[in-house]
Design a protein around this ligand. Structure first.
Ligand code: ATP
Ligand code: MG
Length: 228
């Protein structure tokens, strides 16, 4: 599903955020990206949806070499992905339901169906009573869950999430993780960047560990050991 060959990312003028990364993630895997602040977790995710271009190396996502893509191809790539990033803000003038449903409509889902999917996802995320609230009237954690619903509404083949439980209390973080696990069980590949070592311990999945831009650990649950 995802393959990185010798990937480096240098931010101008000269900051090596990622160096010589080799990584392979198979279809249907669930992977945590872990490592200290500044290790390059967000940068790695941003390379995968072409928010940033690799300085060196090759990246394959869902069979496509994304190292060189024109604007149209980048848009098609992103339609296959579910992106949960803090900077992708909700639209403040639309309700929670409309925010989620709109994401379905823009890829051609009939309006009724989009709203229905949005309704179910919001309910699963514990936001049953908040469908009609606009983002300014939602707490940070509620907004985050709406953003997660929006990322999932088009049944992405690959979900990339950056600190998706960062604003959530322990109980809601757990619920949210369960939702990611559910979509993983349905065959979706999931990659989650997180500092939260507690999460890694509670959910035994593969952990890819970055440190100062290098991949220094990669442990699968079957290995019975952890680098992080
Ligand atoms: N646009 C940019 N321009 C220059 N340097 C950047 C840019 N984005 C990130 N960096 C630097 O690259 C390094 C890696 O950043 P990144 O955001 O990938 O780390 P991270 O592992 O996600 O950290 P955190 O856990 O704090 O979110 C950091 O030192 C950061 O300052
Ligand atoms: Mg980050």
């Amino acid at each position: 599903m995802v393959r990185l060959f010798r990937v480096s990312k240098i931010y101008p003028p000269n900051y090596a955020a990622l160096a010589d990364i080799h990584l392979q993630i198979e279809k249907g895997e669930f992977v945590f990206l872990n490592g200290p602040s500044g290790a390059g977790k967000t940068t790695l995710l941003r390379l995968l949806f072409r928010e940033e271009e690799a300085t060196e190396g090759q990246i394959i996502v869902n069979g496509r070499n994304i190292t060189r893509l024109n604007g149209g191809a980048v848009a098609r790539l992103r339609q296959e992905l579910g992106l949960v990033f803090q900077e992708f803000k909700l639209l403040p003038t639309l309700t929670a339901l409309e925010n989620v449903a709109l994401a379905a409509e823009v890829v051609g889902t009939p309006r009724r169906e989009g709203r229905k999917k949005a309704f179910h996802l919001l309910r699963e995320l514990g936001l049953k009573d908040k469908h009609d609230c606009k983002p300014p009237a939602l707490s940070g954690g509620e907004q985050q869950r709406v953003a997660i619903a929006r990322a999932l509404v088009n049944d992405p083949i690959l979900v990339l999430a950056d600190e998706p439980t960062g604003n959530l209390d322990a109980e809601m973080a757990e619920e949210t993780m369960r939702l990611f696990l559910r979509i993983h069980e349905q065959g979706t590949t999931v990659v989650i960047a997180t500092h939260d070592t507690g999460l890694l311990q509670r959910f035994s999945h593969r952990v890819v560990y970055l440190q100062r831009g290098r991949l220094v650990g990669d442990s699968k649950p079957a290995d019975g050991e952890r680098s992080a």
